[in-house]
Design a protein around this ligand. Structure first.
Ligand code: SAH
Length: 399
């Protein structure tokens, strides 16, 4: 029996011993008997066992590590790893939406799975996961007691693995186009898992949606809220649910705003149409025009899409974030709040804070950090994998 083996160059084993899950081509001395997608044993230059992972010569990340123990990657391994991830989410209600598997951060590189009220949406980001996705879908469905699994592997990173997009039913019953799930106590939302972004919804922002609701609930007067990059209205519905807001929601996508409208109606928050406006516009233009018009808001949310997809795009992205935040500072009433986010992995929390500080300095306003904002606990970050930390935000009080 051939045993696929990857030998690491001398003095290059340190990150592997420190449990970073990626091995780049530059650290590899030789590859024996390994085909694309194979499980390989990783050894140091003296032939000592280091780890076991999967191999793809097309990717710059040639090996992603599955285990640092000398154990087989068999059904028992899969059961153990999936069950561990599921167990750590067992406080999530069965009718809610949450992430089940957060790839490298749940020690299963390349696999993302989200759950929406009995249905699972899976993303296979690498060749190995792609080769095993049917089996994984079946196992996950049974372990979760879910009805069906749909694949949304239409993500850029697959190109770097030599894969094209893959979308469609993977296991179980046909997954409906739209699924209703309990987002937080008293709030239901619809997710369009077939056409929506990512797996259909930004589950990573769930706690932040709730934080907005809590922030408003504590105020006495009607709060004027501007929700920029509103998508399907999760922040909008959270704000409206307090019964104390007027919310302007801006997004460039008509489909997203149409679903936002349905989400507002689903929660019976459409009784007074004066309480909300849904505006299809470019947020950069909208903020600039609103600043020129002298508009004022109590709370502004800035949750833009990823501006920096790699290190080369950091400068341009920084200018984008600064522009948005500068306008937001101009538009906030003294004593109001800014919730501002970046989901660019290439921009660290520290850099993001500096960019927002730069915008504040230019605006001539004053601000305090009320809290640092992150993804919720169903999106854990492995301590050995700093690349896993992409969503960062600030809640600021602005004077
Ligand atoms: N805040 C949302 C998620 C936002 S995702 C939530 O919590 O669910 C980013 C959104 O920005 C997407 O809906 C996308 O359509 C929108 N978008 C991207 N570029 C835009 C632009 N320049 N102006 C307005 N909207 C934009």
């Amino acid at each position: 029996m051939p045993s696929p083996t990857v030998t690491i160059k001398p003095k290059r084993e340190k990150p592997i011993i420190n449990q970073h899950p990626w091995i780049f081509s530059g650290a590899i001395a030789s590859v024996k008997d390994a085909n694309p997608g194979d499980v390989v044993t990783v050894v140091d230059s003296k032939g000592h066992f280091l780890a076991r992972g999967y191999f793809n010569p097309k990717s710059q990340i040639q090996v992603r590590i599955l285990t640092w123990q000398d154990e087989p990657i068999d059904d028992a391994w899969w059961q153990k790893m999936l069950q561990r991830a599921i167990d750590s989410r067992k406080d999530q209600p069965a009718d809610s939406g949450f992430r089940i598997i957060n790839a490298e951060n749940d020690f299963i590189p390349g696999l993302v799975a989200d759950y929406y009220n009995g249905w699972i949406v899976l993303q296979a980001l690498t060749l190995f996961i792609d080769q095993h996705k049917q089996h994984i879908a079946q196992m996950l469905m049974e372990m979760m007691g879910a009805r069906g699994v749909y694949e949304r592997s239409d993500v850029d990173v697959r190109g770097r693995e030599g894969l094209s997009d893959a979308i469609g039913q993977l296991a179980g019953l046909p997954v409906p186009d739209q699924i209703e799930f309990q987002h937080s106590p008293g709030i239901k939302l619809l997710v369009d898992i077939k056409n929506g972004h990512k797996t259909g919804f930004y589950l990573d922002q769930k706690e932040n949606h709730r934080s907005l609701e809590a922030l408003i609930a504590g105020s006495d007067e009607t709060q004027h809220v501007l929700n920029c990059f509103a998508y399907t209205g999760a922040f909008t519905v959270a704000a409206l649910a307090t019964g104390k807001t007027h919310v302007v929601s801006v997004d460039s996508s008509l489909e997203a705003l149409q679903l936002a409208e349905k989400n507002i109606a689903l929660n019976e928050l459409d009784q007074t149409e004066e309480s909300y406006e849904l505006i299809q516009a470019n947020c950069f233009d909208y903020l600039r025009d609103a600043t020129e018009a002298g508009d004022q808001y109590d709370i502004i949310i800035l949750d833009p899409p990823k501006f920096a997809h790699n290190k080369q795009q950091i400068d341009r992205a920084s200018r984008g974030y600064k522009d948005l935040n500068l306008h937001a500072f101009h538009l906030i009433k003294p004593g109001g709040y800014l919730m501002t986010y970046s989901c660019s992995g290439a921009i660290s929390q520290d850099l993001f804070q500096k960019i927002v500080f730069g915008a504040l300095a230019d605006s001539g306003r004053q601000a305090q950090i009320v809290s640092h904002l992150n993804a919720n606990s169903d999106h854990p970050i492995a301590l050995t994998f700093p690349e896993g930390e992409y969503l960062k935000g600030l809640l600021l009080k602005v004077y």
